[in-house]
Design a protein around this ligand. Structure first.
Ligand SMILES: *Cc1c(COP(=O)(O)O)cnc(C)c1O
Length: 489
């Protein structure tokens, strides 16, 4: 049984089985002809349930065939040009090569004695990111599992700073004070801001929602007013979360104006650039992030606009000293006396993947500019898609994109708002069931909308045209069917 362990005596088996794994994926991808099989939840569930976990197949080939049936056959393929739903990206090959190294060596990035080299590589990439952000020489940060964890850590640190910096009347214990802390974020900010507030024990009213303008960007004047009224009510402004690329609209809050407001009130400024972070490497649109250099903390998801496999994300702070709010010393791991650079001092996690190697191998193989070109390509595509939507009398669109999403809906002349609210989600479900495209749905102003998220530089305007044609055809058919069935009844 010991032949399964990864070590020098089993290295031939490692080579052989790894290449079979690669072949299983490669053979599959070579024949995939759409973003999904369209299989139902029940169908996939029953295939998975049929596997008897207590009877191993004793053969990697047989196990891989089984995995093809229960996983690959019905996988959703983000590299397919008509996958246009969420912020999932096709991935670059150098990062996949790095995945093999990361999981085979299996370093854990908590302490230096488990990750020599890895500790410094992650540090270099944090420095590189901080430099691109313009955060200054004292910046530091850490890789995380995703934007959700990055936002949580940033807000945890902001909470610590607000507590420490508080006036005399903050001398109460944290839970008592915390109920007065307020976080300000636009109505289109990511739900992880609200979730973080709950996790941090700040209470249900902690997040103050700031309205947005017609391009769905935070209204900085309204932000200023909201902070004044919070202070007047005896609340403590703990942080402002500006979003650089909202999940639905790709809108970028006015970072410079938000920074002015934060500076005036002495409030922590967090920028959630989970989505917009890719602009850091764009040659044509880096200016859209102007003002980010004034942030106290920044979230960036490499597994979105840097085309990295999940997970790959970071949270970066202007002042490394702020990271002390996540530092705990465990005698067995990172005792106070340790002089070694232990990344666990900066992270919410303990055992942690060496995800940074994927970005490292990406930058060392293809370079940042190539990534930036992909980012520009998907933004160009979204602009072209916006023109298609505006020109189509059967479709309405919410706003021109700043990044690469389009929120729109099928609403031909004569279709009521209420009917459109029923038909649009049905269009999405019908298209999902066909497997020919995958698109998303969302709500705006209490109504149902459809959403396209473009993260694939290989998607063409013809793909978009074909998907929008499919939306309209499906919409007209569903409307006709509704009319027919209403006449019958
Ligand atoms: C995706 C996203 C997040 C959450 O990131 P995960 O990596 O999914 O945890 C946070 N904020 C914004 C704006 C996002 O788009």
């Amino acid at each position: 049984m010991r032949q399964h362990l990864f070590n020098a005596s089993n290295i031939d088996r490692y080579r052989e089985q790894m290449s079979r794994g690669v072949s299983a994926v490669a053979d599959h991808v070579a024949t995939v002809s759409g973003p999904s099989s369209g299989a139902s939840v029940e169908a996939v569930g029953s295939r998975v349930d049929a596997v008897d976990l207590d009877h191993p197949l004793d053969d990697i080939g047989a196990a891989l065939s089984e995995v093809s049936r229960v996983y690959l056959d019905d996988a959703v393929w983000f590299h397919e040009p008509r996958y246009l739903a969420h912020l999932n990206c096709p991935v670059v090959i150098p990062a996949l090569v790095a995945e093999v190294l990361v999981s085979s060596v299996n370093s854990s990035l908590d302490t230096w004695d488990q990750s020599a080299g890895g500790t410094h590589i992650e540090g270099r990439l944090i420095d590189w990111t901080a430099a691109r952000l313009g955060l200054g020489p004292e910046a530091d940060g850490v890789f995380t599992s995703g934007g959700t964890q990055s936002n949580l850590q940033a807000l945890l640190v902001a909470r610590g700073e607000a507590y420490v910096a508080g006036d005399a009347d903050l001398s109460a214990t944290l839970p008592e004070t915390a109920s007065r802390f307020r976080i300000f974020a636009s109505r289109d900010s990511h739900f992880s801001v609200e979730k973080s507030a709950r996790v941090l024990g700040l209470g249900m009213d902690a997040v103050v929602t700031i309205p947005t303008d017609e391009r769905r960007r935070m209204d900085a004047v309204a932000l200023d007013r909201a902070i004044w009224s919070a202070r007047a009510a005896g609340h403590v402004p703990m942080a402002v979360v500006a979003t650089a690329g909202t999940t639905d609209y790709g809108s970028i809050d006015p970072l410079d104006r938000v920074a002015d407001v934060c500076a005036q009130h002495g409030v922590w400024m967090h920028v959630d650039a989970a989505y917009g972070g890719g602009l850091l490497v764009s040659s044509r649109r880096r200016h859209l992030l102007d003002g980010v250099e004034r942030a106290d903390s920044v979230t960036i998801d490499f597994h979105k606009t840097f085309f990295q496999p999940v997970s790959s994300s970071a949270v970066v702070f202007r002042d490394r000293r702020a990271l002390r709010h996540v530092t705990y010393h465990a005698d067995y791991l990172n005792p106070r006396s340790s002089a070694q650079p232990n990344q666990v001092d900066k992270s919410l996690q303990t055992t942690r993947r060496f995800d940074a190697l994927k970005l490292w191998l990406t930058l060392r193989t293809m370079g940042a500019d190539a990534i930036g070109e992909y980012v520009d390509a998907v933004i160009d595509l979204a602009r072209a898609g916006y023109d298609l939507l505006r020109d189509d009398a059967d479709l309405e669109v919410v706003t021109a994109p700043m990044l690469s999403t389009l929120v729109f809906r099928f609403r031909p002349a004569g279709l009521s708002q209420a009917d459109a609210d029923v038909v649009n989600p049905a269009i999405r479900r019908t298209i999902a069931g066909s497997g020919s495209a995958v698109i998303a749905g969302t709500t705006s102003g209490g109504r149902s909308w459809l959403k396209l998220t473009m993260l694939n530089p290989e998607t063409t305007i013809d793909d978009l045209r074909a998907v929008l044609d499919l939306v309209c055809e499906t919409g007209h058919r569903l409307v006709d069917e509704r009319h027919t069935s209403q006449e019958v009844h």
